[in-house]
Design a protein around this ligand. Structure first.
Ligand code: ZN
Length: 171
């Protein structure tokens, strides 16, 4: 069972998550306020950083965090059981980290409580957003979602909005 701490950082109130499994900790999306994040990680063995996508509000403190812990940004970090789901639409590089043993997803700005991410920014795509939503629909309804902004939610609840989203995308 992973433990999750949330730190809200920066002007855009981005959710940075601190994930601990046994004696190892990783940081997801260190968007700003590196000192605040480092303080929250006190007495933790920080071994890596995961990024959901490279918008400035998600990576603003990335270099400071990497330097502070002498670590590098990696895709696969040992000691954690997760899969990387490619979920473009908000941006080409958007991924969702699926911690399948705990049935938890960190979905960045792909999917929020009661909303989807903007698709009008560079490399955004309505067509890819729809594909990503269709893909995520295949996962269990009771999957917990931790988005890049705002409150966490449950996939089954969000699925009820998908038809509405499809109608409003330019496909
Ligand atoms: Zn973004």
């Amino acid at each position: 069972m992973i433990q999750i701490k949330k730190v809200v950082v920066g002007d855009l109130e981005e959710n940075c998550y601190i994930i601990t499994n046994k004696n190892k900790t990783i940081i997801i999306d260190p968007g700003d306020d590196s000192q605040k994040i480092i303080n929250k990680c006190k007495n933790h063995n920080v071994v890596g950083v995961l990024i959901t996508h490279h918008h400035f509000d998600h990576v603003g403190a990335l270099n400071e965090i990497l330097n502070h812990y002498s670590i590098s940004e990696e895709k696969f970090i040992e000691g954690f059981d997760y899969k990387i789901l490619e979920t473009p639409g908000h941006s080409k590089d958007s991924v969702t980290y699926y911690f399948y043993k705990d049935n938890i997803m960190f979905c960045g700005d792909f999917l929020f409580k009661d909303a989807i991410g903007r698709t009008d920014l560079p490399t955004g795509s309505d067509v890819e957003m729809k594909k990503s939503l269709e893909e995520i629909s295949k996962y269990p309804d009771d999957t917990l979602l931790f988005p890049g902004h705002g409150l966490s939610t449950i996939l089954g609840v969000e699925k009820d909005n998908f038809d509405y989203y499809y109608k409003n995308l330019n496909l």
